[in-house]
Every structure is written in C-alpha cells, then in structure tokens.
Design a binder for this molecule. Structure first.
Ligand SMILES: Cc1ncc(COP(=O)(O)O)c(C=O)c1O
Length: 420
C-alpha cells in the first residue's frame, strides 16, 4: 500500500490537479473517479501548450514535423501501456463514439446473418451500438444475463449462446455500476472455441485507470477507453483495432495510404496528453521495480495500483482504525457482495430509508463527492434485476487515501443512523 512508503502518497497526489479541493466547491474528497478521474498536472500543461500551436501536420516545416513526431511517439507509448505490438491506435471523439465505430465496422463487415453477442452487464454504449448495427447488418443481437450476485459475467454465462455463426461479440472489462472486473481473455478464448473468427470488441473505459492493461493476452479485435477516466482530459477517446478489424470497411478518405481510421486533422495535444499518462504509469512503476524495461515498470504500477485500491475498498467495507466499515453499519447494502475479488476501486451501496440522491447530496454537503446511479438507460440493466431504483456509487483511485475513506465512513454512518 502506497501509504506505507514514506512520502509516496504526497508525491503521487502532487502530480494531480484538484486533489483535495474543487474550484467550484472548495475542500472535497473525490470519490467520483468512475465519472472522470483526476487530471495529471502534466496533462494540463501539455494541453495549454498545444492549444496555442497553429500548425497542421503533414507540412514541410519544423512545427509540422514536430507534431507528427509527437503523434508517432504517443502511438508507440500506447503500444507499451496497452501491450499491443500489433494493430493500430487512433483517437476519436469519445469512448462512446469509438465503440460505435468499431462495432459498426465489425457488424457491416460480417453482415448477412449470424449473431452479435453481448451481455446485460454492458454500458449502453456497446449495447446500443450492437443493437443498432446488428439490425442494419441483418444479424441477431443476443444479450446474455450477467450474474447479479457477483455483479460480473463469466465465460460460462456466454457459453450457451456462443454459436459457430457468432460473428461479433462485445465484452465489458469493468462495470461502472457494480465496479466488478471481467476476465476478458477467458471469455475471448471461450468464444473462439466455437467461433474462431468472431470479431471481439472490448469496452475498457472503466478498467483503464486501474492499470493492468494487456491487449496481447486477450485475443481480441478492438479495445476502447476514455482518457478523461484515465488521468488525461475530456475531448477524445482512444481505440485500438487488430490488423484484421482495421481492414474492415470503415469511414476514411479515398486513396489514403494504409488502413487509416483517423478522420481529418488530428489533435496533436490529445495524443501528447496520452504520452503524459503513459509517462505517469512508468514513473509510478519505477517506484516498485528496478527494471530498465518500460513495460515491466508499467506492469509493476498496475499491480501496485490494484493492491492500494484493494486496501482502500477493504477499509471502506471492513473499517479502519476504530471506524466500522460498510459491512457492519446497519441499513447499508453493498451491490455485488462484500468480499468480491473482482472489485476494481468501486463500491456501490444503498442506505435503508434514505433515497440515494439524498445520500449523495448529504455527502456533498460534507465535501465528499460521490454519484447517484439511477435505474435509467445507463444503469437500469444492473439495478432493475436487483429491484433497486438507485444506488450510491463511491469510486476510488490509487491517489485516494485511508484518511479520505475514514471521512466517508464517519459521514455515511451518520446518514444511515439518522434513518434508523
Ligand atoms: C464502461 C463505460 N463504457 C462507456 C462509457 C461512455 O464513455 P464516454 O461517455 O466517455 O463516451 C462509460 C462512461 O461512464 C463507461 O463507464
């Protein structure tokens, strides 16, 4: 846990903007990381720098050459962070937009019958894209039910619906409502046992900030993240496509060389800020590994992040110091079970007798930022089967501290007791 290394927590927090105060609210604990993680200071600086540069790429002048070099460096950095030696990376408008583009290409490229397979765990981005484009492509969209008890999904849930004509499949890496991760590699392997040529597209948007990205080991064709949920800024998404998905028909300029997926002039600043993200993982990993190899350091960062976040969620669930944890506060319900090894830095709860929106507002009044998830088109897929109309999502990242957890536990206990 980071707090056991003297000074490390301060060093980590010193690298992020607005760590303990909000420009609109003042002092606050940030437990709304699943809605958008804190931004690296380096990303803020890089954004300012590139916002001022008027030059375009593809010209014969020093600025244009520098911009192209920066984009190419960012793509090389992405290869290391995601561990994807093949295929290509590109940025688009948002994670949602990129999921639509990848799923559309996969469905249209395999059109005329067959099945598009996903699960009810998925965010509406991939579910909506699969529904819309399977219909247009003359395919059947099948959604298998996830497991309410674990808040996740396994190869066994996909298995009964995997047919030899399953042409496209979607997988959610981590749920933004339950906070539980999914074994992407195991599901992809299960799909390929029966449908070896299936195009498999993964929504990694909620997983990325928690480290441990390893595309090469998954056996998939597409992976999408939203960088503002991974320490960069709003305004772009990042996608990876396998070489075979890259060749599927997709929007691009006629006659452009290669299989380009970028549309129009690229935002060099977006790419540059992603290099800042990779440099941060590298720096953090260097605190846990002596290796000269960047990927090894990034893997070390992923393990350390997971360990720290698990310690924080354990403190939240089981208590810290003399404070009781959520598991022991009467009237609190925890979605996905208490001790769930799939948890990635997120705890979604209910408080008996207090509507979720009121809990979030009372926490906000005490300077603790969380979020209400309602049984709407975003989260109804998870909450409806549980008979819940809403829940309180408390989402952490590795820069959060045990003191912040303690502040939250004190506040939530008061709220739960006020309704008892
Ligand atoms: C798992 C998941 N997928 C997709 C999205 C949509 O991402 P964006 O709004 O960045 O396009 C989100 C946003 O919360 C998400 O958590």
């Amino acid at each position: 846990m980071f707090e056991q290394t003297p000074g490390l927590m301060d060093e980590i927090r010193g690298r992020f903007a607005h760590v303990d105060s909000c420009p609109f609210q003042g002092d606050r604990v940030f437990f709304e990381n699943a809605g958008g993680a804190l931004t690296l200071n380096s990303v803020v600086e890089t954004t300012t720098k590139f916002a001022a540069i008027p030059d375009n790429q593809g010209r014969d002048n020093p600025a244009a050459h520098a911009l192209v070099d920066i984009i190419n460096r960012a793509k090389a950095d992405m290869r290391v962070l995601f561990n994807a030696p093949e295929g290509q990376f590109f940025v688009g408008e948002s994670g949602t937009e990129l999921l639509f583009r990848l799923i559309r290409a996969a469905c249209i490229g395999t059109r005329g019958g067959g099945r598009v397979l996903g699960t009810t765990l998925e965010h509406p981005a991939s579910r909506s894209a699969a529904r819309q484009w399977s219909e247009i492509a003359g395919q059947t969209h099948v959604l298998v039910a996830h497991d309410d008890a674990t808040g996740s999904v396994d190869p066994a849930h996909y298995a009964p619906e995997i047919t030899p004509d399953t042409r496209v499949a979607t997988i959610l890496h981590t749920s933004p409502v339950t906070g539980m991760g999914v074994d992407v590699g195991a599901i992809a392997r299960k799909i390929r046992e029966t449908a070896p040529d299936c195009y498999i597209i993964v929504d990694g948007i909620q997983h990325a900030a928690h480290g441990r990205l390893d595309i090469q080991s998954y056996g998939i064709d597409g992976y999408v993240i939203s960088p503002y949920k991974c320490f960069s800024r709003h305004g772009y998404g990042v996608a990876w496509v396998s070489d075979r998905l890259a060749q599927m028909p997709h929007d691009h300029l006629m006659g452009a060389p290669g299989e380009p997926w970028e549309l129009g002039t690229r935002d060099t600043g977006a790419y540059a800020t992603f290099s800042d993200v990779v440099a941060y993982f590298d720096w953090l990993g260097g605190r846990f590994s002596d290796s000269d190899d960047r990927r090894t350091r990034i893997e070390a960062a992923g393990r350390a992040i997971h360990e720290h976040e698990t310690a924080l969620t354990d403190a939240m669930l089981h208590g810290t110091g003399n404070l009781a944890g959520l598991a022991d506060i009467p009237g609190i319900g925890v979605i996905g079970g208490i001790d769930n090894p799939r948890r990635e830095g997120l705890v979604s709860i209910t408080v008996d007798g207090v509507p979720a929106a009121e809990v979030v507002s009372r926490l906000n009044a005490q300077g603790i930022r969380t979020h209400t998830r309602k049984a709407d088109h975003y989260s109804g897929n998870i909450l409806d089967p549980l008979g819940l109309d809403s829940c309180i999502r408390v989402s952490l990242c590795h820069y959060n501290t045990t003191d912040e957890v303690a502040r939250f536990l004190t506040a939530i206990r008061e709220i739960a007791e006020s309704a008892a």
